[in-house]
Design a protein around this ligand. Structure first.
Ligand code: PEP
Length: 250
């Protein structure tokens, strides 16, 4: 089994360069002996600063988004070429804040996913249902649509560079976490969906992170589930005091 645990911190639109540097340096020191795979995704303006600190360590460098085009007249966007130039290795795509606050749909997300993969990035593709979709019994339908839409045209070889993050929208930044059993049920469904699209071998290898108010108190019980292979952490990734215990869950 080639699965491992992958703990990622999404710093969203927080921190200046100095604050990002301080957090990154603390994480480098504290996670040096960490056993899992790690990533931090600072704001665009802080990526280069953080890159200089984490280069050559066991922490990967992530971005929180990218443009759907390589370059050109796209005011306000950031291109994969620019991200590659500053050392970014992984791009988070389809985050619920992009889907819901900035109206990104599966077609746009898919364009970004394919472009990022074409340029050799690892992609963390976020999926997850709204509370009303859960209450209407549509969790599987929503997740399947987002997976199939996000990965449309992605080859089996490229899938090796894809991580799925299941993030129920009602659990993001709310303090409400899915129970390990509820999360596991969806993770298992995500793996089955990948099996239908890419076969059993690909499904057995893909890393599926859980995201939604992961904290030091609930990390270990979530990670104990068979199909939960890591976490995408928002709020608790902003302080070493909360991110390190998650990253070093026992
Ligand atoms: C996220 O934004 O990806 C996330 C999971 O946030 P939080 O941990 O704050 O719920």
């Amino acid at each position: 089994m080639s699965r491992y645990y992958y703990i990622a911190g999404n710093w969203k639109m927080h921190y200046t360069r100095a604050q990002s540097a301080e957090l990154a340096q603390t994480l480098v020191n504290e996670l040096r002996d960490g056993k899992h795979k790690y990533l931090v995704a600072p704001s665009f303006t802080n990526i280069e600063t953080v890159s200089a600190i984490i280069e050559g360590t066991n922490i990967r460098l992530g971005a929180q988004n990218c443009a759907p085009e390589e370059q050109g007249a796209h005011t306000g966007e950031v291109s994969v070429l620019q991200l590659k130039d500053i050392g970014v290795q992984t791009i988070i795509l389809g985050h619920s804040e992009r889907r819901h606050s900035y109206k990104e749909d599966d077609t746009l997300i898919n364009k970004k996913v394919k472009l990022a993969l074409k340029h050799g990035f690892e992609v963390i593709l976020c999926i997850g249902e709204l509370l009303e979709e859960r209450e209407a019994g549509k969790v599987e339908e929503v997740c399947k649509t987002q997976i199939a839409g996000g990965l449309e045209g992605v080859t089996a070889a490229e899938l090796g560079n894809v991580v799925i993050a299941y993030e129920p929208v009602w659990a993001i930044g709310t303090g409400k976490t899915a129970t390990p059993q509820d999360a596991e049920a969806v993770h298992s469904f995500v793996r089955q969906t990948i099996a239908q699209l890419y076969g059993e071998d690909a499904a057995s290898k893909i890393i599926i992170q859980y995201g939604g108010s992961v904290k030091p108190e609930n990390a270990a019980e979530l990670m104990a589930m068979e199909n939960i292979n890591g976490a995408l952490v928002g709020g608790a990734s902003l302080k070493a005091d909360t991110f390190v215990p998650i990253a070093k869950f026992a």
